[in-house]
Design a protein around this ligand. Sequence first.
Ligand code: AMP
Length: 308
Amino acid sequence: MSQKKKLVVVGSVAIDWVITPVSEREESVGGAATYFAMAASHHTAVDLVGVVGKDFPEHALQDLRTAGVGLEGLEVIEDGLTFRWKGRYHENMNQRDTLETHLNCFEQFEPKLPESYREAELLFLANIQPSLQLQVLEQMKTRPRLVGLDTMNLWIDVASDDLRAVVSKVDVLTINEEEALQLTGATSLLAAAREIRELGPKILVIKRGEYGALLFGPGSEELFAAPAIPLEKVDDPTGAGDCFAGGFMGYLSTAETLDGPTLRRAVIWGSVMASFCVQGFSYDRLRDLDRAQIDARYKAFVDLTSFV
Ligand code: AMP
């Protein structure tokens, strides 16, 4: 009998070329699902659905396995190439330009969820074509306790109908500030949040980079603001949003309820994992973390935000 999965993620698994104002890495293992899984694995058992080509490095598969990430749902295409993304950060590291996107093996990919993933308790549809996110959702045998979604500007531009279809079916959307405005055409975050929640998700997290995150929900009037922890040095912001989602969903998969206080703690756990992510290239810093370092960072967030 297959065992029911705690948390399943589908999304890009990638080889990135990252250029920052001070440094560059040409073959940086990335992808939304990779970052998500490396972050979530510090909280819970996580299984990954995606596809890579023959060029995906064996050491990265080993890192994922060592972190306890289930790879039964990761297809390896022997005559294909891995998804590749190239981006350059601006001087302030808050903004970046996408220089190249090559879908490669994602172009023909038809996700087939292993049987044991179809009753997962929590499902996260990390960034990838919205049509693939929909296909994964449709393969679930039972409705997960919580379905989360992330996306990006490219899909708002080129796949807006599919994206709206998938947004209408999820419980949580995590999205960047600029993308929330772009998706809705609103000029303020409050108006964007209201419109997005009318589309479907009861819970919305708007990510604001070094300025933290805003949580809307679960109640119609509930709003929570979390800072990002000030860091003296950021090496590579790539994947921060996915690590946020990994910390957020990973924590929720261990929680009994999904009430307001639990979601607020989840936002802090998301912020903790994002703060580690940016302190190294790729998932390097996340791979090397121990429990004491993670707990100390959570405490630093508590100290940063507590007042009487
Ligand atoms: P983030 O910095 O959280 O937005 O995520 C960065 C990751 O997203 C990188 O590792 C990229 O490989 C991946 N990525 C970039 N563009 C796309 C795309 N169009 N679809 C899916 N993943 C993407």
